[in-house]
Design a protein around this ligand. Structure first.
Ligand code: ADP
Ligand code: ZN
Length: 732
């Protein structure tokens, strides 16, 4: 019998797997094992996809696998089927898809993580805490308290996160013999992990938990509830139910949603349950450790951002996607997948439950719940005493603002501060002013490499491009006519200055990418808000995500018009989401809140609908517009993007791609373009796109499968950089 041919996925931009012969040393070879293979002049690690009988390449030209790295398959058949599906669906090279799913150390050929150390209390430590002899060292006492009840100890990183431990405090405790260093192991798998009791659920929460935990097999639930309505509490109860059935829970959160508060809450509820956390700032060793613990079933709860959707699970029971509408679930470069959509597919594959939670569900998810594919569970009320905030529009044509603040808004801020409330202002634009303008000649200072204006940052006294990062000094006068330049429009920096002038006794805290660059800075600022020391809170998009500000009684949207006239089909959806999310920060404690919205277009129908009818009604109306224009969810899109150093190169590639498409079966497919991108020039490159639209997903999939290989072979593909985005979030 002839030797088998092994199809190996290698991290390379090629649509197929690579063929190899078995290694010379006899080993058992199975799909899911990693192998090290000769590749070009070097060596690479790949994953065996399948054993085949033949190859398009003659046997005598095939090379041999050098060595098999795993005695047993590292990836199980289900996970491999998931990755194969994702590669096909997103038209992406399988090797790169596998690479996205594997921790870096495994891609480099390493096996187990180097074992980590943990700290645990000694008998003397327990005694010291009992005797209260650490009363004068509260930091040390806090760490001991944290460690008691964790007989397996806690690794240093975790202590840092939960107990604010410093290396110095740890050393002090160790020197006194109150704690000791041990090899980190996972919590023992006791039969029934006993969660600590949570709050008594309200009726809506109880109904939701009963529906979710009572369903068996595949099912998708939309858990729709305003911020503060207790969604997280529902997740925790559903997780507890799965754990008690001996199964694991996977919780996906947006990039910014993975806050210490959330982890703390999970820890506090499930103190004896193995937890793995997967996010982008883990070290390679930590990531591998978390991945292996999930795979072996030692971690019963896995919490992570986007790529955690590929975590191997020994006994999967439920997949939860929190804030499912969040754009960070979509990867915007390379392998452009949607972790939310993959989560649903995976739940179907595993025949388990998926829960998609949001106060502002994506229109796709709403559509699926309206059509009955997803079951909707609503949490209409907030927990606690606070009711819904009242919303007021401020007509900026009647109340001309100075530095972005109108007189009625200033009065409201003064009133709320006077009554002891905190005030939150949302302006989704950082810097001092978005434009430096010359009234003399009407000129502006633009980026040399992008079709965009440079933004004035007065803190640093620089002009900055928010698209390519280019910077320059602030010119003293207009380079064209030597006139005086004026900063036009508001950014958060300017707003902060104005607020300090109007309310000098109310300390303000600004949250945007400029003020939270340093590690830990965001946490420090949030702590000053939580302690009540900061009275005014202002910032960008960052404010709308996840954080709980119970003392905020007034929320102001400084410029609602930013999103009202966006060119993208999703602009209205995004506007409504950030609007509802930011308004939801008001009055989460026991006082009802007020929301003020400044706009030049108070009679705009969508804005009125949003203010008066809320998100659902708004969405129903906006969905009618989507339907009329045949945008998603009423159609399915794929976007072929191209960029090059000259506009013609990108255009030529897309035109050649279009000609190829026209040679294929185009039934149910509409081609739109090629056309320049909304911002044609970015970082010195010219960008254009060709949009594909279809009412039927399978038709689009079938077409893409035939078209994608032809694109790679186009002569024009050698000079233009191109990518194919299936289900793009934006289409302009
Ligand atoms: P969401 O995830 O929808 O923002 P959370 O689950 O975080 O809501 O709940 C908001 C706050 O209310 C949290 O402090 C939570 O502990 C508390 N909470 C949630 N459910 C209840 C309940 N049934 N009874 C009392 N407090 C609750
Ligand atoms: Zn630029």
């Amino acid at each position: 019998m002839a030797e088998p041919i092994l199809k190996v996925a290698l991290d390379a931009p090629v649509m197929q797997a690579f063929d190899y012969l078995p290694p010379t040393a006899p080993v058992s070879l199975r799909p899911g094992q990693r192998v090290s293979v000769p590749f070009r002049s070097g060596e690479r690690v790949g994953v065996i996809l399948e054993l085949a009988e033949d190859s398009k390449i003659p046997r005598d030209r095939l090379r041999r696998i050098r060595v098999c790295l795993d005695p047993e398959p590292l990836l199980d058949a289900k996970l491999m089927a998931l990755l194969d599906w994702a590669a096909t669906y997103y038209q992406h090279p399988p090797g790169e898809v596998y690479a996205a799913a594997l921790p870096r150390l495994l891609r480099r050929g390493r096996g187990e993580a180097a074992h980590q150390h943990a700290w645990r209390t000694t008998a003397a430590g327990i005694a010291a805490l009992g005797e209260g002899s650490l009363a004068r060292a509260p930091a040390q006492a806090r760490i001991l308290t944290e460690l008691i009840g964790k007989p397996w100890g806690m690794p240093m990183e975790e202590l840092r996160r939960f107990g604010a431990a410093t290396a110095k405090t740890i050393r002090a405790l160790a020197t006194k013999g109150l704690i000791e260093k041990v090899r980190a192991t996972s919590p023992p798998l006791t039969g029934q992990p006993a969660p600590r009791p949570g709050p008594i659920l309200n009726d809506a929460q109880r109904a939701a938990v009963e529906q979710i935990t009572g369903s068996s097999g595949y099912g998708v639930f939309l858990l729709e509830g305003v911020t503060g309505s207790g969604k997280t509490e529902v997740y925790l109860q559903c997780v507890a139910a799965e754990l008690s059935r001996g199964r694991q829970a996977l919780l996906l959160v947006p990039e910014i949603g993975l806050t210490p508060q959330l982890l703390e809450r999970i820890r506090a509820r499930f103190p004896t349950v193995g937890l793995a956390v997967m996010h982008s700032s883990l070290s390679d060793g930590q990531r591998l450790d978390a991945w292996q613990r999930a795979r072996r079933g030692e971690a019963r709860i896995v919490v992570g951002t986007r790529s955690a959707v590929f975590t191997p699970l020994a006994d999967p029971g439920i997949i939860i996607v929190d804030e499912e509408h969040d754009a960070s679930f979509k990867q915007h470069e390379g392998f452009r997948y949607s972790a939310r959509d993959i989560a649903v597919w995976r739940a179907h594959q595993l025949d388990i439950t998926a829960v998609l939670g949001s106060a502002t569900p994506s229109f796709e998810t709403l559509f699926n719940s309206m059509s009955g594919r997803y079951r909707k569970l609503a949490l209409p009320e907030r927990t606690g005493a606070a009711g819904h905030p009242s919303v007021h529009l401020i007509d900026l044509r009647r109340h001309t603002p100075t530095d972005g603040l109108s007189a009625p808004l200033l009065a409201a801020i003064g009133r709320h501060l006077g009554e002891g409330g905190q005030v939150l202002l949302y302006l989704n634009r950082r810097g001092f002013a978005p434009t430096l303008f010359c009234p003399g000649c009407g000129g502006t200072i633009d980026c040399k490499r992008c079709d965009a204006r440079l933004v004035l940052h007065r803190d640093r006294n620089r002009l900055v491009c928010h698209h390519c990062g280019a910077e320059r000094s602030v010119p003293a006068e207009c380079p064209e006519c030597k006139g005086t330049l004026y900063p036009l429009g508001q950014g958060t920096e300017r707003l902060e200055n104005a607020l300090q002038m109007h309310f000098p006794d109310a300390p303000a805290e600004r949250l945007d990418r400029d003020t939270t660059r340093r590690r830990g800075e965001l946490e420090e600022r949030l702590a000053r808000v939580a302690s009540g020391r900061a009275r005014i809170l202002l910032g960008t998009q960052m404010l709308t995500k996840g954080h709980d500000f119970p003392a905020v009684t007034l929320v102001a949207v400084i410029d609602a018009d930013q999103g009202l006239f966006g060119t993208d089909f999703r602009a209205a959806e995004r506007l409504a989401q950030s609007f509802v999310q930011v308004a939801g920060r008001a009055g989460r404690g026991d006082r009802a809140g007020e929301v003020f919205v400044q706009t030049l277009f108070p009679e705009h129908p969508l804005l009125r609908l949003l203010v008066q009818g809320g998100y659902e009604q708004f969405a129903r109306e906006a969905l009618l517009e989507r339907k009329a224009a045949a945008w998603p969810p009423y159609s399915h899109l794929a976007l072929l993007r191209a960029e090059a150093s000259r506009a013609e190169i990108a255009q030529d590639f897309l035109e050649a791609a279009r000609r190829q498409a026209e040679g294929l079966d185009l039934s149910d497919i509409t081609l739109l373009g090629p056309a320049p991108a909304a911002m044609e020039r970015r970082a010195g490159r010219f960008r254009a796109q060709l949009l594909l639209q279809s009412p039927k997903r399978p038709a689009l999939q079938r077409f893409l499968a035939g078209w994608r290989p032809l694109l790679a072979e186009l002569r024009e593909a050698r000079t233009a950089r191109w990518s194919l985005d299936v289900d793009p979030l934006e289409a302009d």
